[in-house]
Every structure is written in structure tokens, then in C-alpha cells.
Write a protein that binds this ligand. Structure first.
Ligand code: ARG
Ligand code: ZN
Length: 855
């Protein structure tokens, strides 16, 4: 059952209009659908309506009930032979939201009824050609018990509402914009509204609503601010105006992903809506801002212009991630935002690109499309858009996007259409650049500078190689923008500014003149291309860049490289050469011109997982030991400095200002180093911060530090945290997650015990991820030598698959990394994958991930 991109066929029937009527009830919801269908082109094929778990109770065509012989079912699909070109088809089904544990289609969450239709959930609600190139106008009537479901929301504009007999009421919503079925949404429940408004650039007033449980209302202010900022930003930056009279956001507790851009009715995982200082960290605030923006931006990049088929997913996701990243950069520190985005890309996407599940941003085939909502499609997809924006420059890029939106408004299009609009609007040839859409794998760019003192010339020799990935043994050279600068080590001056050179060949050389001594190379500045740079840079050059590079990303990167060199040297059996690292950190924390938020990023050690990615064979124990030792040395050597920072960064009274947030972040880093130094009062200091904090950022940072140690304060803090927040699901998630991520020698047993905790459940995706996805990301714990970590995660996958295959499938990739480890670990991981793959009645979702991981 493999679907291939090359097999795309245009739909045989269109559905310009659909009217839906819902009699809502968690135990039995009646769904009546009235589809106006028209034959597309001339053919004599029947109408095929997708269904998943649906049994038709009645089918009629043009008002006449069909008898059993006039329609048939084939693997869930309802097939009706129709004589003419235009008909009205009506169906009736009954569904059970309360037993929908997959959280796809119409389901119950808390006391709410809500929907998730992307990518193929609509077919679990009603019979329909459930594919994104069938665009329809929706007219939706909802009926429900008024006491239990006082609020009834759907896409578009509210048209009528009124009371019915038996304590029920009704609402009718009409969405004037034709849309694919994956953007359908509906919510019924007892919700309170944070109501506001936004006046668009043409002067239209839009009613905004953020709908949550009554007692969560005080936690919706940040999301509302993010929404209004996003609306203004999209007008300013892309000329995109909102197009309906209302825009609603609903928060639900049980949600498979982050959020969903349904037209005019975005549905969110509550973790990306609710925040106050007591319960949300600064990164939580940032995530809310960026997810609210992401979903709002989809209104144009996704809803008004949508995808022709699911192979084009990056068309909307890559572009929209790029848009939300740019928005967050504009709202805060562009330098720090770039560092964070690259960290995510390297942690998630580079690993994906290097493993058995590697795929191009526009995949060629899939068994289950839900498995392709990946870091590759989203984050690498965003990097590809970012490179085009760089190559075109801001003005031409804007011309390209204007052309894209104008040309394709109301259409379902392809990645190729996007690139074509960039070419036409930006007046550029992107033929070779298109390989970024078809070739998987992270390119490696080797850069060798050689200086000739005679002529004062520097030659840069560059080479690119793209590793083989599943199904792609041989790769063509790509078009890679190489952004670089050359510094005079004596004066610290940049030579001729910054350049972008397009590397188009497997090998290329370039020469620059006029250097009295060998210049220092600053390469892939701003992380302009999503590649791995191999440049043998000396510790001296790295130290120079760490102190002087005016590109903040490259400055950060130089420090990371220094740390990586020291750590890999010691892992390879050499001495731990910490001097250069400590000097650079000392210089960075003493540099008063630097933003503290940047400093906090720059002085932090790379994660254990990222260090693993730098090794041929990952050795989790050696990595942990080396990183621990370096952390201790940095803590000891700069003890006075960390103490001073920790004291200086304390604040009276909470604020969300950039300065206050930066202080909290750097304070956490300082506390970590103090505790890592084994100072006797370290745990007490951490407990004090934990206990006195007036905000979750500082409290959680201290908790995480204590959780990784063996102090008496550890248990005390964990218990106090739990008691303080019991009943607040999002904070209890943090309690599970912090322990699952902790670098404690007994973390495996602790996670095992947490799986039996009364608050643990696999039915809530946030809770399941807080424990098992977090643990699988804990390199040291998950890869414990006895294989217990592997077994535990495999058990969780098998159990969760019965409830929620999508969420279960997301836990498989960590086991798929078996080739990266020693033979013993590799064999144990493989055995778990085999056990999963052999489980009877496995979902397509998990089956695809497990079998591909074994291949
Ligand atoms: N389109 C949503 C977003 O990125 C994500 C939907 C994911 N759903 C899924 N079943 N994979 O904003
Ligand atoms: Zn998206």
C-alpha cells in the first residue's frame, strides 16, 4: 500500500458545495452530508467517497434514496455510479466521538467535542473525496445539548443560531472560501472567551476569540498578543490581510500535534495557548508566540493557497515555518532565534537525514502520510525557503511571494509552482536549486583555505558531497550558498565585508587577494545553508572568532566547535584540554557589549546527543563522562564569575522584558555551572532558587539541575513541585519530562516507575510524550548498556499503538538509530524494532516506521 508522487491523478469529481448537519453527542453523533458533485472532464468513472470506519445509514442521489445495488463499499470507500455530470449526493452516518482515541476526526477531549482533519481525518467524520485538491464551500449546522455544549464553533462566519426543543440548540456557520476537507473544523463545549479585535490594513474589523475553560482565561493574554502581532506582521511583511469577520482559537488538552490551521478556527494543543509566569517558562512563552503565528500565517500559506497532494506538504509547512521564524526573529533577538532554530534543525533534522527514515523535503512515496510531518518537511523545508530568500534578496523575494499568492489564490498547487513564482518574480534561474526538493541527506561542504605569503592571496578550495540515503545512492551536486567573511587576525577587521558564493560544482576554488597575513575564515555565517561544514580550523582561529566574529551565529558556532574539539579529544583518550574553552567563556561573559541571552547560548556546552552526532560510533557513556568533567572544570575555573552572575541576574518582581528574560536564562546557566563544580553549597543554592522563584523559568531550571544530581534536595524539590502543581496538567507534564530528561544514573528505573504513576496515562499525547519521547531523547539514559531503555520505549510504542497510532509512530525513530551505536546496543535496538514489527494488528503508522528503520 505505497502511494507514489509520480502516480498523481487529478480528481475525477469535484465537490463545489457541501452542507453538513451534526446532531452532536459524545456517544452517538449523527452526521448528514449533502454534496453537490460535478464530473471533472469526460470520463465514465463512478464517484468515490473516502470513508474510514464509517457505515452508511442512508445514501441518496438527487433526492432519491438509493437501494443496496446502486452503491458499494470497497475498503471503506463508498462508490456510487452516477449517470450525469451534476448531482446532489446525500449520506448519513453515525460516529462515536467518545471512543475516538486516535484523536483524528471528531473526538472528545475533556468536556469538549473537537476535530482534527489534517491530513486524512475528515473521512472519519463523513464520506468525502478526502484529498487536498478538492475544494468546497462549507455550510455547517451543529446541534447539541445547550447545557453541556453552550458554545458551538466552526469555520467561517456565524450565520444563525437558536434554541431547539429538549434543551438543545443550534448554530450555523458558513465559510465563503472554498477549502479542502483537511481544513474543516468544529468545536462544541463549555468554553469561555478572551474576546478582542483587530482592524486590518484596509480597515475591516475582525473579531478575535481565544476559547478555553473558564479558569484558564487569565492565561490567554500572551496568545492574544501574539495573534495581533502576527496579523500586523503579515500585513507589513508580506502584504497579507485577514479575510473573514471572525478568527477563533480553541485550546484542547488532548491533541496529537502542536496546533492546526483550520480556516478561521484554529485548534491548539493547550500547551501552545496557556501561559502565566507561575506555570510557563520563557521558552513556553516563545513557543506560544511562534505557534500562534505559524497557524495564523497558514491562512495565506496553506488555506488560501493550499497543497495539490500530500507530497507537496513542505509547500505550506516549509514556507510557513520560515515565516514564523522570521516573525519571532523580528519580535525578539534575531541572533538568538537563529541559534535556537539551528539547534533544533541539527538535533532533529540532521539525525533524520542521516538515518533510515531520510527523505527529501518533497517525499517520493509513503505508506502513511502522517509519518511525514517531519523535521525534514518542516524545518529543512524552511531552510530551503530561507536560501531562496537569501539568493533573491528581500525585494525580489517579496516580488516572488506576491506573485505566488496572486497567481495561485484559491488553488491547490505544488512546490514546483512556488519555485516558478520565485523564478518569475525574482528574475532568477533556480534549475539546479530545485535539487533541494528532490535529494535527501545533509550536504557536507569541505572548505580548505590556503594562504600564499608571497602574493598575499588566499585560496578557498571547496568540495561538496551528499551522502547516500535510502533509495538515493548517487547524488548530483547542489546549489549551496556559501556565506563567508575573512578577518585580519591582527586588527580584527573584516576584509571586503561578507560574501555569498554559490557553490554549484562538486569542487570549486576561489581566490581573494590583499592579505598581509593569513586571514581567519568565518564560514556559513548565519547558518545560511543547512549543511555540515568541514573546515579544519585551528584552536587559535576558533578562539579568535569566538571573541571577534561580528556574525553572532558564527561566533556561537566557534565556541561550540572549541567545546566539541576539547570533548572529542578527551573521548578519544587524550587529556581534557579545557583551557581554550574556559578562556573563551571567560571572555564572553566579560564582554559587556553582548546581549545576555546570546551569552547564555554561547557558554552552554553542546548536548550529549549533538556530541554523539560528531562521532563515528556514538559512545553515550564516554560522552556523558567527558561532558560532565568539562562542565565541572568550567564550573571550578570560573566559580567567582558564575556566582557573580547568579547574584546579579536575580530580579525583584517578574517581567517579560527582554532584559529580564535574558537574565533568567543566564542565571540558569550560571547555577548549572555552580552545581556542576561540586561546590558544597551548590544543591542548597539550587533549592533556594527553586523555592523562592516567582516564575516557572527559574523554578524549573533549578528543578532540572537538582534532578540530574544525587543531593538530598533532589527528592525534596520534586515532591514540592508535584504538590504545588498537582492538577495542572501542563505543569505535571513538566514534572514527568524533567525527570525523564534528567542525567541521573537511575533514570531508567525512575522512568519505569513514573510509567506506573497514577497521573501517567498514554491516552493524553502530551503526557505520553512528556515521559517517553523525552526519555528517548535522553541519550545517556535511553541507551543504557542493559537495553532496558530500549525495551521500555518499545513496550510503550506497542501499547500506545492500540490507542493512538500517530503518536506511537513518533516514538519509533530513536530506535531506528541502531546503526549509530556499538554492535551490542545496535543488536538490542534492532531486536526491539523486530518485536514491534511482528506485533499483530499493528497500525500502518508504526509498521512503516519500524520496517523502514530495520531496512
Ligand atoms: N498543519 C499543522 C501545522 O503544522 C499540523 C498538522 C499535523 N497533523 C498531522 N496529523 N500530522 O500547523
Ligand atoms: Zn504548519
Amino acid at each position: 500500500p505505497v502511494i507514489r508522487r509520480e502516480d498523481y491523478k487529478a480528481p475525477l469529481w469535484q465537490v463545489p458545495q457541501i452542507a453538513l448537519e451534526f446532531d452532536l453527542d459524545p456517544a452517538a453523533t449523527l452526521v448528514k452530508a449533502r454534496l453537490t458533485v460535478t464530473r471533472a472532464g469526460s470520463h465514465d468513472r463512478p464517484l468515490r467517497l473516502d470513508g474510514d470506519g464509517l457505515t452508511p445509514r442512508a445514501v441518496s442521489v438527487d433526492g432519491k434514496a438509493l437501494s443496496a445495488g446502486d452503491w458499494r463499499m470497497d475498503d471503506g470507500v463508498l462508490i456510487i455510479a452516477l449517470p450525469g455530470d451534476d448531482h446532489v449526493v446525500e449520506t448519513e452516518v453515525e460516529i462515536v466521538p467518545a471512543s475516538n482515541t486516535q484523536l483524528m476526526g471528531l473526538y472528545a477531549s475533556g468536556g469538549l467535542l473537537c476535530t482534527q482533519c489534517e491530513p486524512e481525518g475528515f473521512r472519519r467524520i463523513t464520506f468525502f473525496p478526502d484529498r487536498p485538491d478538492v475544494l468546497s464551500r462549507y455550510d455547517v449546522t451543529m446541534r447539541a445539548d445547550k447545557a453541556a455544549y453552550p458554545v458551538l464553533l466552526a469555520n467561517g462566519d456565524p450565520i444563525e443560531q437558536g434554541d431547539l426543543a429538549d434543551g438543545r440548540h443550534r448554530a450555523r456557520w458558513v465559510d465563503p472560501f472554498p477549502k479542502p476537507s483537511y481544513l474543516f473544523a468544529m468545536v462544541a463545549g463549555n468554553l469561555a472567551c478572551n474576546a478582542d479585535s483587530f482592524t486590518t490594513m484596509s480597515g475591516r474589523e475582525v473579531k478575535l476569540g481565544i476559547w478555553v475553560a473558564e479558569n484558564d482565561l487569565p492565561r490567554t493574554g500572551h496568545a492574544m498578543k501574539a495573534l495581533k502581532d502576527s496579523m500586523a506582521w503579515d500585513e507589513r511583511t508580506y502584504g497579507r490581510e485577514y479575510d473573514l469577520d471572525v478568527f477563533n482559537i480553541v485550546a484542547v488538552a488532548d491533541f496529537n500535534f502542536g496546533a492546526m490551521e483550520n480556516k478561521g478556527l484554529n485548534i491548539f494543543n493547550s500547551r501552545y495557548v496557556l501561559a502565566d509566569p507561575e506555570t510557563a517558562t520563557d521558552p513556553d512563552y516563545d513557543a506560544i508566540e511562534s505557534v500562534v503565528a505559524h497557524e495564523y500565517f497558514h491562512n495565506w500559506s496553506g488555506d488560501r493557497v493550499t497543497c495539490r497532494d500530500w507530497f507537496q506538504l513542505s509547500l505550506k509547512e516549509g514556507f510557513t515555518v520560515y515565516r514564523d521564524q522570521s516573525f519571532s526573529a523580528d519580535m525578539g533577538s534575531p541572533a538568538v532565534k537563529r541559534i535556537e532554530d539551528v539547534r533544533v534543525l541539527r538535533a532533529a533534522q540532521f539525525q533524520e537525514d542521516a538515518g533510515p527514515l531520510a527523505h527529501p523535503i518533497r517525499p517520493e512515496s509513503y505508506m502513511e502520510i502522517s509519518n511525514f510531518y517531519t523535521a525534514t518537511v518542516y524545518n529543512k523545508g524552511a531552510e530551503v525557503i530561507r536560501m531562496m530568500a537569501l539568493l533573491l534578496g528581500p525585494e525580489r523575494f517579496r516580488k516572488g511571494t506576491d506573485l505566488y499568492f496572486a497567481r495561485h489564490d484559491g488553488q491547490a498547487v505544488t512546490c514546483e509552482d512556488f519555485v516558478k513564482a520565485m523564478e518569475d518574480g525574482g528574475d532568477i534561474d533556480l534549475s539546479q536549486f530545485r535539487l533541494w526538493y528532490s535529494q535527501a541527506g545533509t550536504p557536507r561542504v569541505t572548505v580548505r583555505p590556503s594562504y600564499d605569503p608571497e602574493s598575499g592571496a588566499l585560496t578557498l578550495a571547496m568540495r561538496q558531497t551528499i551522502p547516500a540515503t535510502p533509495g538515493q545512492d548517487v547524488k548530483q551536486p547542489m546549489a549551496i550558498p556559501v556565506k563567508f567573511a575573512l578577518f585580519d587576525p591582527a586588527t580584527g577587521e573584516k576584509h571586503d565585508g561578507e560574501e555569498v558564493l554559490l557553490l554549484t560544482e562538486a569542487q570549486m576554488e576561489t581566490r581573494r587577494e590583499g592579505f598581509a597575513q593569513a586571514p581567519v575564515l568565518s564560514i556559513n555565517r548565519g547558518f545560511a545553508a543547512p549543511v555540515i561544514i568541514e573546515a579544519e580550523q585551528s584552536a587559535q582561529d576558533l578562539a579568535f572568532l569566538a571573541a571577534h566574529d561580528d556574525d553572532p551565529f558564527s561566533r556561537y558556532e566557534a565556541m561550540q566547535q572549541l567545546m566539541i574539539h576539547a570533548l572529542l579529544g578527551s573521548i578519544a583518550g587524550g587529556p581534557l584540554d579545557s583551557a581554550a574553552v574556559i578562556d573563551s567563556i571567560r571572555g564572553t561573559i566579560a564582554d559587556a557589549a553582548l546581549d545576555r541571552s546570546f551569552v547564555a547560548e554561547a557558554v552552554r556546552l553542546p548536548s550529549e546527543a549533538y556530541l554523539g552526532d560528531q562521532m563515528q560510533v556514538v559512545d553515550p557513556d564516554a560522552i556523558h563522562a567527558a561532558r560532565d568533567a568539562l562542565q565541572r572544570e568550567i564550573g571550578v575555573a570560573l566559580q567567582k564569575e558564575w556566582r557573580a552572575i547568579h547574584a546579579e541576574c536575580a530580579r525583584n518582581g517578574f517581567s517579560l522584558s527582554a532584559d529580564a528574560r535574558a537574565a533568567r536564562k543566564l542565571r540558569g546557566v550560571a547555577l548549572n555551572y555552580i552545581v556542576a563544580s561540586d561546590a558544597e553549597d551548590g544543591p542548597a543554592l539550587a533549592f533556594d532558587q527553586f523555592d523562592r522563584a516567582d516564575n516557572m523559568t527559574e523554578r524549573q531550571a533549578a528543578l532540572a539541575i537538582l534532578a540530574s544530581g544525587a543531593s538530598g534536595e533532589r527528592a525534596q524539590a520534586l515532591a514540592a513541585f508535584y504538590d504545588r502543581y498537582a492538577g495542572n496538567a501542563l505543569v505535571v507534564d513538566k514534572w514527568f519530562q524533567t525527570q525523564a530528561l534528567s542525567l541521573h544514573p537511575d533514570v531508567v528505573e525512575m522512568v519505569e516507575a513514573l510509567g506506573q504513576h497514577p497521573d501517567f496515562t498514554l491516552s493524553n499525547p502530551n503526557r505520553a510524550r512528556a515521559l517517553y519521547a523525552a526519555f528517548a531523547a535522553n541519550q545517556w539514559g535511553f541507551n543504557s548498556k542493559d537495553g532496558k531503555g530500549y525495551r521500555m520505549v518499545a513496550d510503550a510504542i506497542i501499547a500506545l499503538d492500540k490507542l493512538n497510532p500517530q503518536t506511537a509512530a513518533r516514538l519509533v525513530p530513536p530506535l531506528g538509530r541502531w546503526r549509530r551505536f556499538d554492535d551490542e546496543r545496535g543488536a538490542m535496538m534492532k531486536a526491539e524494532l523486530e518485536r514491534i514489527a511482528a506485533t499483530p494488528n499493528l497500525s500502518k503508522d508504526v509498521l512503516e516506521q519500524a520496517t523502514k528503520s530495520l531496512a
